[in-house]
Design a protein around this ligand. Structure first.
Ligand code: AMP
Length: 232
């Protein structure tokens, strides 16, 4: 993947963006910026940012736009320029998208929308558990651990994210519909954009993402070749 691009993963909470992001950064040598992950780490550390974000995240609301944008700006500017960037969970609304425009430089944006039906997501999120120690993720219905509350890999406890509780999940959905859907609408017209079917198993979703990214690159190479031939 070319170094001058920013891939933005959008989709409702629980669409599996994090899983896809992990695979994509490995395969395409991208720098991953996951705002949810960064914020959870700050909460764990008990930093000022973490303390500010903790309560908001617990309610399923959005952390203020400028705060999150600053987190992303620092990481984009702090990284080398030789790698492309993968954004998971940012931008989440139109205001964050315009903040991103202010510091993305000449990088072009590619948007991947992971579409998943709402009932599938509810099952995924409310059943999701993670290991307090190694971070491995399970689902009580879909990828069951051998013991309900123990990690198969390291034996530590499995816990539920505060914001995966049903009432909070419902709020996160509301926020998604009100804030993020209008952004997706705008992004679909403005940038290179494609939708993948996130109802499938992660490996199948990943295959679809890769196929579509490769097609995009081939199309671009063909265009570049054409314009070169035109100039010759
Ligand atoms: P996620 O892991 O992406 O589902 O994010 C978990 C929570 O972190 C969200 O429900 C928000 O409270 C917060 N968060 C993550 N990314 C953003 C963002 N771009 N803007 C505001 N809040 C965010």
């Amino acid at each position: 993947m070319k170094s001058n691009c920013i891939i933005v993963l959008v989709g409702p909470p629980g669409a599996g963006k994090g899983t896809q992001a992990e695979k994509l950064v490995e395969e395409f040598d991208l720098v991953l910026i996951s705002t949810g992950q960064v914020l959870r780490e700050e909460v764990k550390k008990g930093s000022i940012l973490g303390r500010e974000a903790n309560e908001i995240m617990g309610r399923g609301e959005l952390v203020p736009d400028v705060v999150v944008a600053e987190v992303v700006r620092q990481r984009i500017n702090g990284g080398g320029s030789s790698q492309g960037i993968l954004l998971d969970g940012f931008p989440r609304n139109l205001s964050q998208a315009s903040l991103l425009e202010g510091f993305q430089g000449d990088r072009r944006v590619i948007v991947i929308n992971v579409h998943v039906d709402e009932e599938v997501i509810l099952k995924r999120l409310t059943g999701r558990r993670h290991c307090v120690d190694c971070g491995r993720i399970y689902n009580l219905w879909l990828s069951t651990p051998q013991q309900k509350d123990r990690c198969d890999a390291c034996g530590a406890s499995l816990v539920q994210r505060d914001d995966d509780r049903r009432a909070v999940v419902q709020n996160r959905f509301r926020v998604y519909r009100e804030e993020t859907e209008p952004l997706i609408e705008e992004y679909s017209k403005k940038h290179q954009y494609f939708v993948v079917d996130g109802n499938q198993k992660p490996q199948a979703v990943y295959k679809e993402v890769c196929n579509k990214l490769e097609k995009l690159e081939l199309e671009e190479d063909a265009l570049a070749m054409k314009s070169k031939q035109g100039m010759a």
